[in-house]
Design a protein. Structure first.
Length: 72
């Protein structure tokens, strides 16, 4: 997955797949973590979200994943 180089006349300056610590105890906790990731990377600061997932790991723990990029 690759974010476009430009969006709305702005140029991509950073791109990543952000994965939370993989020790969250529930799906609800992972969703809360996803909200915290979104608050830390707001659209008004140039962040664009392309994909997210919440997944249960083989050990029964949960993690939140967000693929995003920053544009300026």
């Amino acid at each position: 997955m690759f974010a476009p180089d430009t969006i709305d006349g702005k140029t991509k300056v950073f791109e990543e797949i952000f994965e939370s610590p993989s020790n969250l105890s529930s799906e609800a906790e992972a969703l809360k973590m996803l909200d915290e990731i979104r608050k830390a990377h707001p659209e008004e600061n140039g962040w664009v979200e392309f994909a997210v997932s919440i997944r249960e790991l083989p050990n029964g723990k949960w993690c939140a994943v967000r693929y995003h990029a920053m544009y300026k």
